[in-house]
Design a protein around this ligand. Structure first.
Ligand code: GP9
Ligand code: MN
Length: 616
């Protein structure tokens, strides 16, 4: 008898091994996880194993038939979770969290995006499930599926437990305080693995739920002291310049700052904005600070000057909290407040949140005449949206504060032929190629809008603030992006790409380009100061972008930060001017402040602390 005739393999173990290898392959080919040394690579390799031993391994406690059924089912579910993460990652370079799964009302609108992200090669994700079914049915000679003896099972589970601790210990050497101080999911997944990450996420979910119940007013006092200590006096020349004027805020979908002043195939991408900037204040170091809530997170930042959450969209998870919104404050000061966005009103839970923020009116899908002809991709085309919005603006009591949210420049960036004013780019990323014509389209829509405002006599009476809501091109397209920019996309460069345009147009003011490190969190105090409304004692984490005392320090939601001189991301400190790595000591002081801010802001939201404001 030959030796291999005597060798047998256990069904459960085959399942564990194949899922383990598959997960590692997905790590390497679908997720873009940056590995800095061989220890990290080793951690990445072993990190799925303990989870799979614990969960799939339960099969060894069962007799033959139940074992096969259990193992196949568990393998399928885990494969599906891996697959869902992979698809989500393709667009968002991020992993799924529990609060994201609760956003059912957004799913319908995501269809066009999902179609773009799935392809037939994804069959690979389920190949081992098929293999297991085949083995279960065919019973090859080398296969056993006997129940393991108690002692063997105990040894097996003890090894799995030991492996968890070994993994955590090793990770801690690479990344101290991994589970307590990490806001970056990529670092978490790199260390504890995608499966344990979901377990950890479930723990965070439970903790977040408990936080509100345990909160009290004293927690707010500490935070209030912090925000007051960081208050910066407004710019005297600009304080109150917008008093009595309308405030028109335009959130530009997926528009990053790198397109401004740039060309593609020799054609300008944003000819209108390039001109408009010359007669406006233009901030070229303004960052988006959004997380998984994308557009809604940028709106949250604007209205509250609080950070959005590290997990999920705060518009969904904490829509009922007490807030000190910009809208409510402007309303107190006799502004009519409105949101205009030609999408389903419940998308991002906007209808509920806007009401809670105190907006007078939300002009949504039903307030627009939307037809097949005037729609593309996600919905109504921007030019038509702006055109019909003019009628709404005209009918509003003055002065008004109106936020308009564009839509056409949204992934997957589809556009009708007749709207393509410039050619697509030519790279391996269809997404990046299509991005330029859609940005160009929105730019043209803005030109028409401003023309309309002029015609209707609204222009001279309004200040116009235009900003990009978040990135449009995720890190998934780095190679093509590098081709476009003509330089490698390092982690430093990735942070630079989180800059979005900020343009503030005040009638009668000359244009000025301002290179100050600022972010969306600064919008609330800025708007209030322009309107001549004091917000010194409000709980807000931003500062007026025009203030002479601006500290030029911006924290991104994943814990990365930018100061006047340094950029910190993924555990490395960089010199901002050169992009060169520099000693971590240079970033240390800011590192603590960044963590502190995110921590305080999270506490305000999770504890619903603003309900205690004024009566601590
Ligand atoms: C949907 C629009 C897009 O109404 O704001 O949302 P996003 O996917 O960019 O968050
Ligand atoms: Mn958006």
């Amino acid at each position: 008898m030959k030796i291999w005739d005597k060798m047998t393999m256990n069904f459960t173990f085959i399942a564990i091994a194949s899922l383990w290898i598959k997960t590692y392959i997905v790590y390497k080919y679908n997720f873009d996880i940056k590995i800095e040394n061989s220890t990290e690579e080793f951690i990445l390799f072993i990190n799925p194993l303990s989870f799979l031993m614990i969960v799939i391994g339960a099969g060894i406690l069962l007799t033959e038939k139940p074992q096969k059924i259990y193992v196949i089912t568990a393998t399928f579910i885990i494969s599906f979770i891996l697959f869902a993460n992979a698809v989500y990652y393709r667009e968002f370079s991020d992993f799924i969290t529990i609060p994201l799964l609760m956003q059912f009302s957004n799913l319908g609108d995501l269809q066009s995006s999902v179609g773009e992200l799935v392809n037939f090669r994804d069959f690979f994700y389920f190949s081992d499930v098929l293999l297991l079914i085949l083995l279960a049915v065919k019973h090859p000679r080398f296969l056993t599926s006997v129940k393991l003896k108690r002692t063997s099972a105990a040894v097996f589970y003890f090894s799995a437990g030991a492996l968890v601790f070994f993994n955590l210990g090793l990770s801690e050497t690479q990344r101290p305080e991994l589970l307590t101080r990490t806001f970056d999911r990529e670092i978490l997944v790199k260390n504890i693995g995608t499966y344990h990450f979901h377990v950890y996420d479930a723990y965070l979910q439970t903790k977040a739920n408990a936080q509100r119940a345990l909160a009290d007013g004293n927690q707010l006092t500490e935070i209030e002291n912090y925000t007051r200590a960081h208050y910066k006096a407004p710019n005297e020349q600009l304080f109150g310049t917008a008093k009595g004027k309308n405030i028109i805020v335009i959130s530009m979908e997926s528009t990053q700052n790198f397109v401004i002043g740039e060309t593609v195939n020799g054609q300008e991408i944003t000819p209108f904005l390039n001109e408009f900037i010359k007669e406006s204040y233009y901030f070229d170091e303004f960052y988006h600070q959004t997380g998984q809530g994308k557009t809604s997170d940028s709106e949250f930042l604007l209205d509250n000057s609080l950070y959005p959450l590290g997990r999920g969209a705060v518009f969904f998870t904490h829509s009922g909290n007490k807030y000190m919104s910009l809208a409510a404050k402007l309303k107190e000061n006799f502004y009519y407040t409105a949101n205009l966005h030609a999408n389903n009103k419940s998308f991002w839970n906007r209808d509920v949140v806007y009401k809670n923020f105190g907006y007078d009116r939300f002009y949504s899908m039903t307030d627009y005449e939307i037809t097949d002809e005037n729609s593309v991709g996600w919905g109504m085309k921007d030019a038509e949206f702006f055109k019909q919005s003019i009628d709404h603006l005209k009918e509003m009591p003055k002065p008004f504060y109106a936020k308009l949210i564009t839509l056409t420049n949204h992934f997957p960036f589809h556009l009708n032929e007749e709207d393509k004013l410039i050619d697509e780019y030519n790279s391996l990323s269809g997404t990046l190629n299509r991005y330029f014509p859609t940005v160009r389209y929105t730019d043209e829509a803005l030109r028409l809008f401003v023309d309309h405002l002029k015609k209707e006599g609204l222009y001279e009476d309004s200040i116009i603030i235009i900003y990009g809501d978040h990135y449009g091109i995720s890190e998934n397209h780095n190679r093509s992006m590098a081709q476009f920019l003509g330089r490698e996309i390092t982690p430093f460069e990735s942070v630079q790409l989180q800059r979005v345009p900020l343009i503030v147009h005040i009638p009668g003011h000359e244009g000025q380009a301002i290179s100050a490190v600022t972010g969306q969190i600064d919008l609330r105090p800025t708007v209030l100061n322009l309107a001549g409304i004091d917000s010194k004692s409000d709980i807000q984490f931003g500062t007026d972008i025009f203030s002479a005392e601006q500290d030029q320090f911006v924290v991104l939601r994943d814990g990365s930060f930018i100061s006047k001189e340094y950029v910190y991301t993924k555990g490395t400190c960089y010199e901002k001017k050169t992009g060169e790595e520099t000693s971590g000591a240079n970033c240390e002081h800011y590192y603590d402040q960044a963590k502190q801010e995110l921590y305080y802001s999270d506490r305000v939201i999770y504890g619903d602390l603003l309900r205690f404001y004024g009566n601590q």
